[in-house]
Design a protein around this ligand. Structure first.
Ligand SMILES: Cc1ncc(COP(=O)(O)O)c(C=O)c1O
Length: 489
């Protein structure tokens, strides 16, 4: 079978390492492996490499190199900022302000602090995902010791009014942290114009290696470490430095700064192309996030009447990687906390897909993606009880041991003109399966479809006979409706 074309549209999750980044890292695993704390030549070489990388990171965000602390990534940077300041300033007060749409690295850190007696205000956002600076002002109390609001949201790409919020924090003398994991390297980030005191960066979102990041800490900030040990990173983060990772992050920052404008235009063009094509070819969709105050690389769309996971499965089998906006949690679908905070209905939220573009994407990738997306959505909607009310019949799902069988099934069923769709695995099945695409069809066609597949030599792993139409079963609100429907039969 021909190699499937691979198009990666999930750069907000992680990015491939830039070849120039990998190249500068490799010597630090091999001939230049020294410990930067060692006084001999190898050690000094490693120390010099770290100093140079620190300067590169600092210059991307307009900071002084002495204000850069290397961490294991964005999550640790967020933890260090929030817990580090909270513990340092605890004697002054125990109130923190954040937003409802933060990454879990921030939200769960705040939740942890709540268990330890801190009070946290989770500010609401508007329908575009914007925090209102007035809400920040109103939430401040004499007890407030930290404000932490993300620079831009990782799901919908909305850019927050950080400069204004930072000004409010500055006037009140409250430390201000921003999670800039999705903005650094994508749009200009300058710690002084943003009025931030602490800023989190992650390397693997900007074509650097995984497991390394940075917390920018403004000079004079009151903060305590989370990890104790040696005097590495000005005693703010003990442990022998990840030299290759730090060198890689430094190079990634240098490239990001060099290419910032070109890449921003490139990503803006591709995102607009994808958005326009989807709007023109697929009805009943909604673009989530702010229409103007948005990141160049993120496009978040809700598709009515179908599930994001099913769309992802369709795209995946055709070689396109994107992300669903809802997670499967204990058999049910859990709409994302970001979309919920933006008041996107659960019904729409579960049909959400995030496309996030990167430097290696081209116009042809976008055109191909729209074409397969349109086909996948059309087929899924044809199986959807909400799109066609006469369709409230039982449905079956066939799972396969190998994705190739799903591709072959699609071909065979298309040729016969049978009604079906490729979808995600039933939620009760093993999610680590080798094949995450399944075949969905009406149970009334089971015999015909199974015998057709068997004739083609397609191996069926399992057949799941559902209690009704799949989407109706999965949707909490519709579950009740659906139960009533079946009880009346
Ligand atoms: C906004 C935001 N903050 C924090 C993180 C966590 O970064 P890391 O994966 O480097 O721990 C992510 C990663 O998805 C993110 O998007």
């Amino acid at each position: 079978m021909a190699e499937t074309k691979r198009i990666y549209l999930d750069h907000a999750a992680t990015t491939p390492i830039h070849p120039d980044v990998l190249e500068v890292m490799l010597p630090y695993y091999q001939e230049s492996f020294g410990n930067p704390s060692s006084l001999h030549t190898l050690g000094r070489k490693a120390k010099k490499a770290i100093d140079e990388a620190r300067a590169r990171v600092a210059s991307l965000i307009g900071a002084d190199p002495s204000e850069i602390v290397f961490t294991s990534g964005g999550t640790e940077a967020d933890n260090l900022a929030i817990r580090g300041v909270a513990y340092a300033l605890e004697p002054k007060g125990r109130h923190i302000i954040t937003s409802a749409i933060e990454h879990h690295a921030v939200l769960n850190t705040c939740k942890y602090l709540e268990q330890r007696g801190f009070r946290v205000s989770y500010l609401p956002v508007d329908n575009y995902g914007l925090v209102d600076p007035d809400d920040v002002k109103k939430a401040i109390t004499p007890e407030t010791i930290l404000i932490t609001i993300m620079h831009a949201n990782n799901e919908v790409g909305t850019i927050e009014p950080i400069t204004e919020i930072g000004l409010i924090a500055k006037e009140k003398g409250i430390p201000f942290h921003s999670d800039a994991v999705q903005t650094v390297g994508k749009i200009p980030v300058d710690v002084d114009s943003l009025n931030v005191d602490l800023l989190s960066i992650s390397s693997h979102k900007i074509y650097g290696p995984k497991g390394i990041g940075t917390l920018y800490i403004r000079k004079g900030m009151d903060i305590v470490p989370l990890i104790y040990g040696g005097e590495h990173e000005r005693s703010l983060r003990a442990g022998t430095e990840n030299v290759p990772g730090i060198v890689g992050l430094g190079k990634a920052c240098e490239i990001a700064l060099r290419d910032l404008e070109v890449q921003r235009d490139h990503l803006n063009d591709l995102r607009d192309r994808l958005q326009t094509q989807i709007i023109e070819s697929i009805p009943h969709i909604h673009v989530n996030g702010h229409p103007l105050k948005r990141l160049p690389h993120i496009l978040n769309i809700s598709f009515e009447s179908i599930e994001g996971e099913a769309i992802i499965a369709n795209l995946d089998i055709k070689g396109v990687a994107a992300s669903a906006g809802a997670a499967c949690a204990s058999g049910d679908i859990e709409p994302s906390h970001v979309l919920s905070a933006m008041r996107v209905s659960p019904d729409m939220a579960i049909g959400t897909v995030r496309f996030s573009l990167g430097r290696e994407n081209a116009k042809e990738d976008i055109d191909y993606t729209t074409a397969i997306l349109e086909e996948g959505v059309r087929k899924l909607r044809s199986m959807c009880p909400l799109a066609d009310n006469t369709n409230l019949k039982r449905q079956c799902i066939i799972t396969f041991s190998d994705p190739q069988y799903a591709v072959l099934s699609e071909k065979a069923l298309d040729e016969k003109g049978l009604k079906f769709a490729l979808t995600s695995l039933p939620h009760q099945t093993d999610r680590s399966s080798n094949c995450n695409v399944a075949l969905l069809f009406m149970c009334e066609n089971e015999k015909e479809i199974v015998s057709l597949l068997e004739k083609q030599g397609i191996e069926i792993e399992d057949i799941h006979r559902l209690e009704g139409p799949i989407r109706a079963i999965r949707l909490g609100g519709l579950k009740q409706k659906e139960a009533e429907f079946w009880s009346q039969r």
